[in-house]
Structures are given as structure tokens and as C-alpha cells.
Design a protein around this ligand. Structure first.
Ligand code: BES
Ligand code: MN
Ligand code: ZN
Length: 540
């Protein structure tokens, strides 16, 4: 029997829609309890460059950006391109006053005169004086998301000349691919409205454009890879399955990958990590992904540590039922690091990077840790468990310590760590914490490029004092106030003297609403910034 027919018979029984729509690249995996699941990933968008004039581009849809160069309240709308034919095609619409140029406003022109395209889509980008590559990235996403329900499968994007060409090219490719993602793999009426191909129309023959296009493709696909992992529910994304997905990715991308289970976690004396894992029937997984390219210097070594709680019930300090389903995304930090390692393996910077994911469920059970328990972390520090729902800092404490032991000279962690960071910053910014100003500055300088919003919050000693225990070294909570900072102060104790950055992505890893440029659901936040950072890391 061909394995494929066995596979499709199984799929028909278990997930008929998967077979029906013939998901590409879906993988059959089983969790440790022996249940089989498909884990599906998204189709990959094809991207290409066109150096011929926009007028000659044959496409279902040509997209161009309308900007407003009017000062203050005045409007003076124009199409941002040097291509006269495109300007001509839109001229009547604009002179009639129909186009405001406001952000994300769309106008469709059918059979535009003078163009070979079947349609011209104008997307508004706001005031031209303020227009940035980050805005363009969103516009490209919005264009793709406007195309999807119209069953259009391809587009050609005219690069606006308001942005330097290479930056514009990257922004359009990244924005389009990110905009194409929808978390609809489990919908039986899934419409599979993926946009399949993007042509970037640009003038001028720049030899580095193809490379920029390929790199942007890798970055955005890695972000979507992370989003796919985060979207999986906890019955289909156990620590074991997450580890298998990481291994699969590492094999394809050419990375070394080790996965350790409970025995090794105990052998390493990761008492904080094990304290969380001990309550679950699903075994934990310590995932280590290594990128050690030939010719890279011995130092620095960047350590990327991710919180991989595949479901956070809160443990014995159990969470309320309302909204608990969302705690499947508590592995977003771990998924972030897996996506980042994927991109790094493909982009090949000349620097060593080690990715570590501490994956476990946080469950209540007869074996679960209880408030008042004292755990000894790998570093030797003792922790009094006040609230079993403050589990993220426990797994990360040992993850950070292990990263140092493996020789990482710089550490970045990402975690859906606290509700408090959502109180502080809402859904609009990642909370950033650091024990090293110059390391932080280096990281912050990549944010303009990635277009991701992050905001630094304090982690001074006063917060650490709030986590001191009377009977152990630390408590795993710091009281009611300043919760994002007390959590960070706790982590800082395990980064010790190593330059360290902590990204609290609790408010940003899941989009609460649909936006014009991105679907509601897993956002893949921090993936682009971390890739950008790793690429420049150790260069200066
Ligand atoms: N995973 C949660 C934090 C979280 C909250 C993520 C909202 C995403 C959205 C974390 O493990 C947690 O439960 N933190 C507690 C800590 C508290 C008990 C000190 C919190 O923030 O309430
Ligand atoms: Mn928790
Ligand atoms: Zn959690």
C-alpha cells in the first residue's frame, strides 16, 4: 500500500476538510498519548520582480499607492510612481475628487485605460510627508486582504517612489505575505482564498533587488510559520508536537536540533521548569536549535529563549473559565524563536545563534506543584511558588540559565508572560526590558526597520525586592502592582551578568481584531525584529 493512500484514508476519517481542500505540506504527527493529528502549514506565496513598465504588466490586479501631499487640512492626491501610464489611468478618478488618499481607502478601476492589467487598485497611504516603509508594509497587506474575498489569486504591486526602492520592495513583499495569512485551517468550509503570486513592479535594474526580494520572502514566511504554530490548539500542539515541528524545520533548514524530555530536564536540575511540567500527563520538551555557521567567530553567541507553554490553565491557582481557551497561545514566545531560527538558517548571518524553547503544559493534577512549594532552579536559587499561574518565569529561569551554560554571551527571551503588560501597554506595544543599555540600544535600532512597536519598561532593583521570599531566595510573584516589571526582575536574576533583553508579548502575540493588513489571530510579533537583529548582531 502506498503510504499516501493510508494517509488520505486516515485524513478522511479524522479531518475530512483537510483532504477535501488538499492542504499542502500538512504533516501527520502524534502527541505522546498516541493520538494522531494533522498539523497544517500555509501555502507559500510566489514572488517575482518585473522590470518592465507597469503599463505592460499583465495581471489580474495592479496595485498602486495614492498619497496626499496637501499640507494640513488641504488634500492634493497623487499616485506615488514615476510611471506616467499608471498616473494617467487614475487621473480622472483623482480629479473628480473621489480619492481622499486616506489610509487604507481602496478604489477599484476595471479595464483601466492604457494598462494591460484587468484592474487597477488604488490604496490610500495618507500624507506623503509622513509615509514610511512601515506604512507601505501595511498597505501591501491591506491590498492582499482586499483581493482575497474577491477570489483574485495574483497581484502586481507598483513600488511607490516615495520610499527608497529596496526598502519599498522588502516592505511590499513582507506585507503581502503577512496579509495573505488566515488562521482558517480548521474551517470545514475553508475557502482557501490564498493569493498565490505577487509581482513587484519596479523601474531600474538593481542587481540586489532579487536578493532583497528573496530575503523578504524568507522573513515573512518565517513570521507566518510562527503564526501557524501559535494558531494550533493545545490538543494538536502538545510539547511533543511542538518539538517535532521544530525538528522538522531544523532538518529542512539545516540546523542542529536536540530535544530533551523529563529525564534530562531533571538531570540538568531544572527544578523550576520541572515544577511546572510535573503536573501534566503530557511530557515536557526542552528544544535546542543550533545555528553555528562555519567561519563564525567563537563569540558572541546569541541565545534566543522562548516560553513554550502549550496550554496555561494556571495550574492549581487555576484561571477563570472565561477566555481560558486563549491560553493555547502561551507558547507564542517559543514559536517565535522557532520561526526566527528558520529565517536565520536561510539568511545565514556569520554569527552563532542558539534557540531554546521550554515547552510544557501548565496543568492542575494530583502531581501538580502547589502554592507554598519550594523549587530549586538550575542556577541553585530557591523559589517559593506563590501562584502556580506565574509559570512562564519558572520555565524561562531555567531556559536562560541553560543558555548561559551553553555559552551564550547575549540573551533575548520572548514570552506571553504577564497580564500586567497588557494593562500597561495594551495591544499596541511589546514590553521590552533589559539589564544592559547598549545591548538594548542595539536591539531598538532594528525596530524602525521591522516596523514592530515595542516600548521599554523599567526593571530596577525595587521590583526585585518585591519578589524576595521570607523562606526562599525568590517568590514567583511580586504582588499586585508593576507585574510586568516584577516578572522581568525575576528573570533578570537568571540572566545574571549576561546582557539580556526580555520581550513580554502577552498583549501583542494575538490580534484581538481583524485589521486591514492582518488577520485576527496569531500575529507573529517580534519575529521580524529578532531576525533583523540577529542579521546585524556581532557585525560592529
Ligand atoms: N500566560 C499568562 C499571561 C498572559 C495573560 C498571557 C494574558 C496572555 C494574555 C501567565 O502565565 C500568567 O498567568 N501570568 C499571571 C501572573 C500572575 C499570577 C503573577 C498574570 O499575569 O495574571
Ligand atoms: Mn500562567
Ligand atoms: Zn502563561
Amino acid at each position: 500500500m502506498r503510504p499516501e493512500s493510508e494517509y488520505s484514508r486516515w485524513v478522511n476519517r479524522n479531518a475530512p476538510h483537510v483532504a477535501l481542500f488538499g492542504l499542502p505540506q500538512s504533516t501527520r504527527l502524534h502527541d505522546s498519548l498516541g493520538t494522531f493529528h494533522t498539523v497544517s502549514s500555509q501555502k507559500i506565496m510566489k514572488t517575482s520582480l518585473s522590470l518592465s513598465p507597469a503599463a505592460q504588466t499583465e495581471t489580474e490586479c495592479l496595485v498602486a499607492v495614492a498619497l496626499d501631499r496637501g499640507e494640513k487640512d488641504k488634500t492634493d492626491v497623487f499616485v506615488s510612481t514615476t510611471d506616467k501610464a499608471v498616473q494617467q489611468a487614475a487621473a480622472a478618478l483623482i480629479s473628480a475628487g473621489d480619492v481622499s488618499g486616506k489610509n487604507f481607502e481602496t478604489h477599484w478601476l476595471h479595464n483601466p485605460s492604457g494598462l494591460k492589467a484587468k484592474r487597477l487598485l488604488l490604496v490610500g497611504g495618507g500624507k506623503s510627508a509622513k509615509f514610511t516603509a512601515a506604512d507601505l508594509r501595511k498597505l501591501a497587506g491591506a491590498a492582499v486582504r482586499a483581493l482575497k474575498p474577491r477570489k483574485l489569486r495574483s497581484l502586481a504591486f507598483v513600488l511607490p517612489d516615495a520610499i527608497p526602492a529596496e526598502d519599498a520592495l522588502r516592505a511590499v513583499v513582507e506585507g503581502s505575505i503577512v496579509g495573505d495569512f488566515d488562521p482558517d485551517t480548521y474551517k470545514s468550509d475553508r475557502k482557501d482564498q490564498r493569493v498565490e503570486s505577487l509581482t513587484v513592479v519596479t523601474s531600474g535594474d538593481q542587481s540586489n533587488f532579487q536578493r532583497a526580494l528573496d530575503e523578504a520572502h524568507t522573513v515573512a514566511e518565517s513570521q507566518n510559520f510562527t503564526r501557524g504554530l501559535v494558531n494550533e490548539p493545545s490538543n494538536r500542539m502538545t510539547p511533543t508536537i511542538l518539538a517535532q515541528r521544530a525538528q522538522e524545520m531544523c532538518k529542512e533548514a539545516g540546523l542542529k536540533c536536540e530535544v530533551y524530555g523529563a529525564d534530562k530536564i531533571k538531570e540538568l536540575k531544572m527544578g523550576a521548569f520541572w515544577g511546572v511540567a510535573q503536573g501534566s500527563d503530557e511530557p515536557p520538551a526542552l528544544i535546542i536549535m543550533r545555528y553555528e555557521p562555519a567561519g563564525a567567530p567563537e563569540k558572541p553567541v546569541l541565545g534566543l529563549v522562548g516560553k513554550g507553554i502549550t496550554f496555561d490553565t494556571g495550574g492549581i491557582s487555576i484561571k477563570p473559565a472565561d477566555g481560558m481557551e486563549k491560553m493555547k497561545y502561551d507558547m507564542a514566545g517559543g514559536a517565535t524563536m522557532i520561526g526566527v531560527m528558520r529565517a536565520i538558517a536561510m539568511l545565514k548571518p556569520k554569527v552563532k545563534v542558539i534557540g531554546i524553547v521550554c515547552a510544557t503544559e501548565n496543568m492542575p493534577s494530583g502531581k501538580a506543584q502547589k502554592p507554598g512549594d519550594i523549587q530549586t532552579a538550575m542556577s541553585g536559587k530557591t523559589i517559593e511558588i506563590i501562584n502556580t499561574d506565574a509559570e512562564g518565569r519558572l520555565v524561562l529561569a531555567d531556559g536562560l540559565c541553560y543558555a548561559r551554560q551553553l555559552g551564550c554571551t547575549h540573551l533575548i527571551d520572548a514570552a506571553t508572560l504577564t497580564g500586567a503588560v497588557v494593562v500597561a501597554l495594551g495591544y499596541a506595544n511589546v514590553g521590552v526590558f533589559s539589564n544592559d543599555d547598549s545591548f538594548y540600544q542595539e536591539f531598538a535600532s532594528t525596530l524602525a526597520k521591522s516596523g514592530e512597536n515595542m516600548w521599554r519598561l523599567p526593571v530596577n532593583d525595587e521590583y526585585l525586592d518585591m519578589t524576595r521570599s521570607q523562606i526562599a531566595d525568590l517568590m514567583n510573584t511580586g504582588g499586585r502592582w508593576g507585574g510586568a516589571s516584577t516578572a522581568a526582575a525575576f528573570l533578570r536574576e537568571f540572566a545574571e551578568t549576561t546582557p539580556w533583553i526580555h520581550l513580554d508579548i502577552a498583549g501583542t502575540a494575538w490580534m484581538e481584531d481583524n485589521k486591514p493588513w492582518i488577520a485576527k489571530g496569531p500575529s507573529g510579533i517580534a519575529v521580524r525584529s529578532l531576525i533583523e537583529f540577529a542579521r546585524g548582531f556581532g557585525k560592529s
